[in-house]
Design a protein around this ligand. Structure first.
Ligand code: WTA
Length: 654
């Protein structure tokens, strides 16, 4: 297995314990945590049953906790019924109706506070709009929106009527959008005329139009939220403005009670081969872990102002924007834009003005803001912050320390949370008042989560610091249900080893002498660019789709800010450019990939060669390409190559 990404963390010895003052004000105390571990240890299933009874309002209480008769298709709380939107909104109306649910800030600076009562009304009204456009329980709804409150309203409205939403990140291209629409066979697309990002307008409606022109025959209606007000095309008979769609409709909408296993949403994520997978999540189990992790890892309290900077197009924006904070009655910030508009102080400015107490972002953002220098955050009053979180990729100890020192002023515990689209919620993460932290380690598995590092035979590696496969040995409530429409792929991707006994996360990891987990990277060919998982296969396919490209291989190269950058090797139809340089073509191919997949997938570098290095069985030698991309000395055996002269070409030396 590949052991890339073993960072300097190997020698990381620093340890940090929460201050006495933090422990005193924490709601999740070390004692409570110890109790939870004890209960889970005694009987894992009974433990989750108790959590589910305590944390969720069931319409019909479940009598079976876990049905494992058709493993690995585990079904949690199968005979219970509930509604996710009811659990997020209606149950706050009794005591929290006037509490602010959402503080929205647009990139241009517009600000809106939305109370729970107001949010409830808007969700109900929009749910009625969906219903009046024939959306019923089980229908798929594509949401392609900017990061604005209406994206959450749209998701909640779907949940309210039992429709299955599938959010597509606003940075994805028309082709990616089309693929997702077609895979879900969605009836309806919810989008906006545009969104503000990086001082520009993102043309969401135009991209939607382009996607629909390529096929997508199932789509009957496109609902368009007016965000920017700039001019766009509206196709008569198909497109309708959000405000028109909900006009005169009531502000009440009875929740549709669904089975706990009813799909709440699909979210597409990259795999190493083939098309993106529609990760299917349940309603009951998913919501439960969204709630428990809000309590355990974020220690959420009534007075907190919670801000997760993730876009709703990613799982983090589902669990810790659209569902977790609302289901725990929190006040949260939603920000539309990028961290650097008008300058690199934007995040800290928002933290200061909105009194943010819990801040959750990605290592790529931390590294970018760190590069901008300490003077910028030092200009702001960040004294309200009490917990800082990170997610999406391994955080280098340097960035961890900067976050801890400069942003948290050594007062705020850092919660480095390991989880995945497929796990639905945090799996391995500190509990801030109880867990000693080490820069670069996501620490320990949460109560009820049985994480382990095993070797190729599925045997647990007990020797400290020896790398292996990260697996889960027991099912957990918010686990992936299946890959939409492809049960076989679910089994072959996540349960391929050890007789299907363990969930394979696809990451390599090691545990230190204290049992702490250190994530080392992906074991497959998936890149992690700025915290976004990109399949090398997809980028290669996009390159090969260009008329001049015959073959392409893509690898990741460690990058200061982005974590990994996309590095590609291309074989052209016809002759290789003179000296391997053709700047015009390189620009054209980068733009092409941007169009096909999205700007995040654009290769940073492209090298042209006469051939790609392959094994005799025809597999591209990716490890060799990674070595070359990183300018390292080649130690692999290249004697099996049919054409060794390509090596200097791949190295950019010929
Ligand atoms: C990586 C994001 C190290 C990991 C929630 C995982 C991490 C993939 C961490 C999932 C972390 C996520 N430390 N690596 N704290 N969090 N990863 O599906 O490789 O977008 O498998 O979910 O990101 O990415 P995904």
């Amino acid at each position: 297995m590949s052991q890339q990404n073993i960072q300097s963390s190997l020698h990381e010895m620093r340890q940090f314990t929460p201050s006495a003052q933090f422990i005193e004000t924490a709601s999740m105390t070390p004692q409570k945590l110890a109790q939870l571990y004890e209960q889970a240890e005694m009987d894992n299933v009974a433990f989750w049953a108790q959590q589910a009874r305590d944390e969720i309002d069931w319409q019909q209480p479940f009598t079976t906790t876990l049905d494992d008769s058709n493993a690995p298709f585990f079904r949690w709380f199968p005979d219970g019924t509930l509604n996710a939107s009811y659990n997020c909104l209606d149950r706050q109306l009794k005591n929290n109706a006037h509490k602010t649910a959402i503080i929205f800030e647009g990139e241009p600076g517009d600000i809106e506070h939305i109370s729970y009562q107001e949010l409830h009304k808007r969700v109900c009204k929009f749910a009625n709009a969906l219903k009046s456009h024939n959306v019923t329980k089980g229908d798929r709804v594509i949401i392609y929106m900017p990061m604005i409150a209406q994206a959450v309203i749209a998701m909640q409205a779907c949940a309210r009527i039992g429709a299955i939403h599938s959010v597509v990140f606003g940075g994805f291209s028309s082709e990616s959008l089309k693929d997702r629409i077609e895979d879900t066979a969605a009836k309806i697309v919810i989008t906006a005329d545009g969104g503000h990002r990086g001082g520009k307008i993102i043309e969401l409606k135009a991209t939607t139009d382009a996607a629909l022109e390529m096929g997508c025959d199932t789509v009957e209606t496109v609902i368009v939220y007016k965000r920017t007000g700039h001019s766009i095309n509206m196709k008569s008979g198909r497109d309708i403005w959000w405000s028109e769609a909900e006009k005169d409709l009531p502000e009440q909408c009875e929740p549709e009670w669904v089975d706990a296993t009813h799909p709440l949403f699909l979210l597409y994520t990259s795999g190493s081969t083939g098309k993106p997978k529609g990760i299917q999540h349940s309603t009951g189990g998913y919501l439960l872990n969204a709630i428990t992790t809000m309590r355990w890892v974020f220690d959420i309290q009534d007075s907190d102002v919670f801000w997760c900077t993730a876009d709703v197009g990613w799982i983090t924006g589902h669990t810790y924007v659209a569902y977790g904070p609302l289901a725990t009655g929190a006040t949260m910030v939603i920000y539309e834009g990028v961290p650097t508009v008008p300058d690199a102080g934007r995040f800290w400015d928002i933290c200061q003005r909105q009194n943010v107490t819990i801040f959750y972002t990605a290592p790529t953002a931390i590294r970018a803001l760190m590069k901008a220098g300490d003077e910028i955050p030092n200009k702001y009053d960040l004294s309200k912050l009490r917990i800082l979180g990170t997610v999406g990729e391994p955080i280098n100890p340097e960035a961890w320390m900067w976050y801890y020192d400069v942003i948290g002023k050594q007062r705020c515990p850092i919660v480095d949370t390991w989880w995945q689209t497929e796990t639905g919620a945090h799996m391995i993460a500190p509990v801030p008042a109880a867990t000693m932290t080490k820069p670069g380690s996501c620490t320990r598995a949460l109560p009820g989560i049985d994480a382990a590092v095993v070797n190729d035979d599925g045997v647990e590696i007990t020797h400290p610091d020896q790398g292996g496969y990260l697996v889960m040995r027991k099912p957990w409530p918010s686990m992936i249900q299946t890959v939409w429409g492809d049960d076989d792929r679910y089994i072959s991707t996540y349960w391929p080893m050890f007789n299907g006994k363990y969930y394979l996360a696809g990451d390599s990891a090691r545990r230190d002498a204290d049992g702490y987990f250190w994530i080392m990277g992906r074991i497959d060919d998936v890149l992690n660019v700025s915290g976004h998982r990109l399949g090398t296969m997809e980028i290669e396919s996009a390159l090969v789709a260009h008329p001049r490209v015959a073959e392409a291989a893509v690898v990741g190269k460690p990058h200061d800010v982005k974590g990994e950058s996309v590095f590609s090797f291309v074989v052209l139809k016809g002759d290789r450019p003179e000296g391997g340089v053709d700047n015009d073509l390189t620009q054209e191919l980068r733009a092409w990939v941007g169009e096909k997949i999205g700007a995040i997938a654009k290769p940073d570098e492209i090298r042209y060669a006469d051939n790609l290095p392959k094994t005799r069985s025809g597999k591209i030698m990716r490890r060799l390409l990674r070595t070359i991309a990183q300018d390292q000395e080649i130690t692999q055996d290249t004697s099996t190559l049919e054409n060794e002269s390509i090596i200097p070409q791949l190295q950019g030396k010929a």
